[in-house]
Design a binder for this molecule. Structure first.
Ligand code: ADP
Ligand code: ZN
Length: 731
């Protein structure tokens, strides 16, 4: 490109705005001019909107009518590589550029002059009287040299209440100052001593450090059973990147994980990294966004959208638990953060580490094909060994109606309790019961807006639709036949299992871990810490517990329904069940005591269950890969989902049929269209949904063909179309 390096006042510039327009708009550069990539405020009709200077203006518009940029915002311009990343990501996901720009500017008041707030630093007088609390405050301030903290930060770091600090301010021992809100993040020290690594870990860390120094793009799949020290090892790669003066990003799948994780990072580097997730306040988001752009946040720990932060010198992206399905955004812009991480790194010449105990088949195949490097940690740290895994054949158990803990599992739990160890009962279903059935008419209670059943949540005292979130009070009378008192819960959810466990283990201290039972990430974190310290005999959990928490006293995992994931038509059902079961089983025996996992199943002969039990991972991957190869599905073929929706089912199907008939652009690349068919969830929030599935050979320009296919469509009325490249789920 021969773009100019600067636009003078009055020169025409093309601006990409966050507004849903399908083209760039020309403006005149404002006084003082601007750089390409500058964040600007421009007039659009009667409004002022946010935009980025994308290049020279096209000048295909009456010059006299062209308006001026209102102002250039006081933030670092968007870098060339970021613009190119957004463009490529837009092409890949078939997302309009304004939506990509919105993703990249998800912080409020980006250009506002920073507001002020109080900060605290070391004063020059000694307090009249020292207390332990006061000593701790002064120690923290001395430890960090001249750094200043907010009241909250300082109180937390010193473990004191804010009144202790205020007291010190009155005495002049601590100074209170006004400061712009967006403080740089404290420096991280890569050279604080980490843990002593085992030989295996040290070798992996050395390989990663060398990769970090290579100054080129590369992806490494870091595989190792849960507890093998993957986190310890990749933190060494982060340390190397920090030494090189570059920035690092760690993506984690769940907010719940970050709490525990941040403490570990702090222990390794002496200060907390920047956090980016949906729970962060607007001010925090703004601070992170700006500091990342200025290079004053060295490490960001965040959820998938952190990928779109304006890093200045990104050296490394880590995608922890890379197989996790929550990396696929299922709302708005449909992207897979794992794939986008690789794309961004390839553009910036950075390194990627994909960490997992149970990699996705995609990553496994990329490593097999030599596209990714592979590192494997085989042993668990210390004496911990992988648990022994056994099936409980439910066909042979004497079960009472309405119970789900088999006698065999019950005995095993009692046995662990007698030894003072913890047991985990795992069920991957929230709520009390998945189905509420009327025993008079046989009808189930469904959602009024979706084709989904209402799930009873006793804890919340509501029925809830897990599709659209709609809730209603628990009913006494059947809405279909109006008979009273005949509604009955069918099947187990975590709350019902908890009830059963309380009856089966009256002496046990039982803790229930389900995401909807905690008002905040903080409350959840507190609970997890309590459990880790041994404050429970039995833990009852949903898949929340499958992810990375350390419970040292946990030695038994009982999986209530190992068959649950095997049902359904999802192409990844087997892979997911395999991963989830292994992750859950990996919770047992993390410290010095060996663990055991018991899987309740009605299909002990099922190939997936057998592969889990025998621990034959390679065997499982090979079999699964072979099946997908034959079927020509990802990662050996390409897929895209098209979801059409509208308030009336007829027009939605008409559109789908018209698309299926006019499929020439797809046929030209050897792709096939399936459907239209009702989507697996045929109605959500009152909208009827119809799905087309496109299957194409690997290596063809699928996105480009789809773009040509849908370009001529005019969506009438309230019809909507969304494209999902590489769909993860099929609803
Ligand atoms: P993974 O990420 O593979 O699940 P972690 O890095 O979380 O494994 O390690 C599991 C546990 O073992 C953690 O509590 C970690 O601090 C500890 N650990 C791992 N390696 C070492 C080591 N070399 N020295 C001390 N503790 C270690
Ligand atoms: Zn609903």
């Amino acid at each position: 490109m021969s773009d100019p390096e600067f636009f003078d006042h009055g020169e025409l510039v093309a601006v990409l705005t966050t507004q849903p327009l399908d083209r760039l708009l020309d403006y005149k550069a404002s006084e003082g001019g601007c750089f390409p990539g500058a964040f600007v405020e421009v007039p659009l009709g009667p409004r002022k909107v946010l935009g980025v200077v994308w290049g020279p203006g096209r000048g295909d518009f009456d010059r006299a009518k062209i308006r001026s940029v209102i102002r250039v915002l006081d933030v670092a311009p968007m870098r060339e590589e970021m613009r190119s990343f957004l463009g490529r990501a837009a092409d890949y996901t078939l997302t309009p550029m304004p939506a990509m720009l919105r993703l990249a500017t998800r912080a409020p008041g980006l250009g506002d002059p920073p507001s002020m707030r109080k900060i605290y630093r070391l004063g020059d007088r000694a307090p009249d009287r020292m207390t332990d609390a006061r000593t701790r405050v002064l120690e923290v301030l001395r430890d960090y040299g001249g750094l200043a903290f907010t009241l909250k930060e300082l109180a937390e770091m010193a473990g004191v209440t804010s009144s202790v600090i205020k007291g010190l301010v009155k005495q002049g021992a601590v100074r209170e100052e006004d400061s712009p809100r967006d403080l740089p993040f404290p420096r991280l020290d890569p050279d604080l001593s980490g843990k002593d690594l085992t030989d295996d870990q040290a070798a992996a860390a050395a390989t990663l450090r060398a990769a970090m120094r290579s100054d080129t793009y590369g992806t490494t799949l870091l595989k190792g059973v849960t507890g093998s020290g993957k986190t310890e090892v990749y933190l060494e790669a982060v340390a190397e990147v920090l030494r090189l003066g570059k920035q690092a990003l760690v993506l984690l799948p769940e907010i719940a994980l970050t709490a525990e994780f941040l403490t570990r990072v702090e222990a390794r580097f002496g200060a907390r990294p920047a956090e980016w997730h949906s729970g962060a306040t607007m001010t925090e988001r703004r601070r992170v966004w700006r500091m990342v752009g200025q290079g004053e946040a060295q490490l960001v720990v965040g959820a998938r959208s952190a990928l779109f932060l304006p890093f200045r010198h990104l050296g490394l992206i880590i995608v922890d638990e890379e197989h996790d399905t929550s990396y696929k955004q299922e709302d708005g812009v449909l992207y897979n953060a794992r794939d986008m991480a690789v794309l961004r790194a390839a553009i910036c010449g950075s390194q990627v580490i994909l960490a997992s105990a149970t990699p996705s088949l995609e990553s496994w195949a990329n490593a097999e094909a030599g596209k990714y490097d592979r590192l494997e940690l085989t042993a668990r740290f210390g004496a911990a060994v992988l648990p022994e895994m056994n099936a409980i054949d439910m066909r042979a158990e004497q079960m009472q109606a309405g119970t789900w803990i088999s006698p065999t599992l019950r005995r095993a739990v009692l046995d662990r309790m007698a030894k003072g160890e913890q047991a985990l009962l795992f069920i991957n279903r929230r709520g009390y019961a998945p189905v509420t059935l009327c025993r008079a008419c046989g009808q189930q209670i469904g959602c009024d807006h979706c084709d989904a059943r209402m799930v009873e949540h006793r804890f919340l005292k509501r029925l809830m639709c897990h599709q659209c979130g709609e809730t209603k009070p628990v009913l006494e009378t059947c809405p279909h036949c109006e008979v009273e008192g005949k509604l009955a819960p069918v099947g187990p959810g975590i709350e019902r299992l908890a009830e059963e466990a309380e009856a089966a283990f009256p002496d046990a201290n039982i803790a229930v871990l389900s995401s909807d039972m905690f008002g905040s990430a903080r409350a959840l974190k507190a609970k997890i810490e309590e459990i880790a310290e041994g404050e429970a005999d039995i833990i009852i959990g949903t898949q929340l517990v499958a992810k990375g928490h350390n419970f040292p006293k946990l030695t038994l995992v009982g999986v209530i329904d190992a068959d649950l994931g095997l049902q359904g038509s999802d192409l990844r059902a087997a892979e997911r069940t395999f991963q989830l079961m292994r992750q859950v089983a990996g919770r047992a025996g993390r410290a010095e005591r060996p663990g055991q996992a018991l899987l309740q199943t009605f299909q002990p002969e099922h190939p997936v269950i057998r592969a889990i039990l025998s621990g034959d991972e390679i065997g499982f991957w090979k079999a699964e890969a072979a099946e997908r190869q034959v079927a020509g599905v990802p990662p050996y073929g390409r897929m895209a989902g098209i979801i059409l929706s509208g308030p009336e089912v007829g027009p939605v199907f008409d559109l789908g049929n018209a698309m299926a008939r006019n499929d020439a652009p797809l046929r030209q690349i050897g792709a096939q269209v399936f459907g239209p068919a009702p989507a697996p969830i045929a109605r959500i929030r009152g909208r009827h949904r119809v799905r087309l599935l496109v299957k194409a050979p690997k290596g063809v320009p699928l996105q480009e063909a789809i773009a040509r296919w849908i370009a001529p469509l005019r969506l009438k009325g309230d019809l909507r179309l969304s494209v999902d490249i590489d769909p993860q789920s099929f609803y």
